[in-house]
Design a protein around this ligand. Structure first.
Ligand code: PMP
Length: 409
């Protein structure tokens, strides 16, 4: 019997794991999150959609209709690419963000997380470089790490990734002989920074990627959840050959269905379907059919408006409370999505502070999880999507107590 590197678990198979599993580590803050899920803790940590605002009877009616009218097909294996009916409807969803595509270009996946995993599996060899925003989505970096790729963070400001910084980094990586495989971006209401890539920068970044021959992965789960004005048109609306676009029903409907999609150029799409089939045979027929029925019968656009109103109210509650209780911290106003990225004052450490916050019954996500290179102690991510406005205000009040305590140390 062998003792693992942490020396905490006895695992007789420890020495036989593939070398790529070295990158699979539980998040350091997972244990704290278990504590943070106690009802008395206000959690501003997880990005959980407000599913209780969904019209549950309408969804139940879709489920029943699918079972009573298409039961055997819904319970059968399906196409590895997804049902043609849902792929057709996905085109309508994407048209809201200026994207035009054909029904054959879409691959339905088990959440956009699986789409990203499949894209990474197709392209990444150990040691390859993925360019990403600084900071970037923790779940994407976990995927890149699992294929032993390295993330190179590109600086961003209030308008998203900075194109000149991107060009410079590409040049220095190339000069060092590195193989750059993709540029991963969340252009709208970014997770975790909340910022949106400006239209001009979208075009500039597309130009750079095109001339450098680097594939863009445009990850857009939040684009329709705008508050004050719609997001600029998707990058995929102006460029199709060099972009894999990822979409999801997790935030506009419900994450429990685990249905998302990839829109990819022809060659990549064929490989994606093969990789998806090898991995899961086919996405859930039942869940695809329920979503198709919901999209056909329910006022899904009206429901997105409901979500937008609700999240905007929660964002406003959070920003007002931050202004009131923590005016010396810094943040950009997110114009959509789920997150506020908060900069701490000099000397504070978001990771070290978390246990004290949980003791004060408030939880957040420390910035360190959103960087592959150890940065992030000076930031934390606050999610306003799940708690009610009153809980958000109370959570920020508690956070202010913790911050004041740390500042006095
Ligand atoms: N990309 C980003 C930026 C996300 O924030 C998330 C979910 N938090 C995902 C992808 C994965 O979403 P899905 O539920 O579609 O797998």
């Amino acid at each position: 019997m062998t003792i693992s590197s942490e020396g905490t678990t006895l695992d007789p198979w420890y020495e036989q794991y593939a070398s790529r599993t070295a990158g699979l580590s539980a998040s350091e803050v997972r244990a704290l999150f278990a504590v943070a899920s106690r009802p008395e803790v206000v959690s501003l940590a997880g990005g959980m959609p407000a599913v209780s605002a969904l019209p549950l009877p309408v969804i139940a009616a879709s489920m029943e209709r699918v079972m009573s009218t298409r039961g055997p097909a819904a319970l059968q294996y399906g196409s590895g690419q997804g049902t043609p009916e849902l792929r057709e409807q996905i085109l309508e969803v994407m048209a809201l963000e200026g994207i035009r595509a054909g029904v054959d270009d879409v691959v339905v996946t088990t959440g956009s997380q699986q789409a990203l995993d499949l894209v990474a599996k197709l392209f990444l060899d150990p040691g390859d470089v993925v360019l990403a925003e600084s900071p970037s989505y923790v779940g994407a970096m976990g995927i890149f790490r699992s294929y032993q790729a390295e993330v190179a963070h590109i600086p961003m400001d209030a308008d998203g990734m900075i194109p000149t910084a991107l060009s410079e980094r590409i040049a220095s990586l190339r000069a060092a002989g590195r193989s750059i495989k993709m540029l991963y971006l969340i252009p709208n209401f970014q997770n975790p920074a909340g910022v949106t890539l400006s239209s001009e920068r979208r075009l500039a970044i597309i130009d750079i990627a095109r001339s450098e021959g680097i594939l863009i992965i445009e990850d857009n789960p939040y684009g329709l959840l705008w508050f004050d004005r719609p997001a600029p048109a998707a990058m995929r609306s102006v460029e199709d050959d060099g972009i894999v676009y990822l979409g999801s029903f997790s935030k506009t409907l419900a994450p429990g269905f685990r249905v998302g999609w990839a829109l990819a150029p022809h060659g990549i799409r064929e490989k994606l379907v093969l990789a998806a089939e090898a991995s899961i045979l086919s996405p859930s027929s039942l869940n695809q059919m329920i979503i198709s029925d919901y999209l056909a019968h329910a006022d899904w656009k009206g429901q997105i408006d409901v979500f937008r109103g609700l999240y905007r109210e929660r964002r406003d509650a959070m920003l007002e409370a931050l202004e009131q209780h923590l005016p010396d911290l810094t943040w950009e106003v997110p114009n959509g999505g789920f997150y506020v990225w908060v900069g701490l004052t000099e000397g504070l450490d978001s990771k070290a502070m978390l246990p004290r916050a949980v003791k004060e019954l408030v939880a957040y996500t420390p910035g360190t999880g959103f960087y592959a290179d150890g940065q992030g102690r000076q930031h934390l991510r606050l999610a306003f999507c799940y708690p009610q406005p009153a809980e958000i205000r109370e959570g920020i009040r508690r956070l202010a107590t913790v911050v004041r305590g740390e500042q006095e140390l």
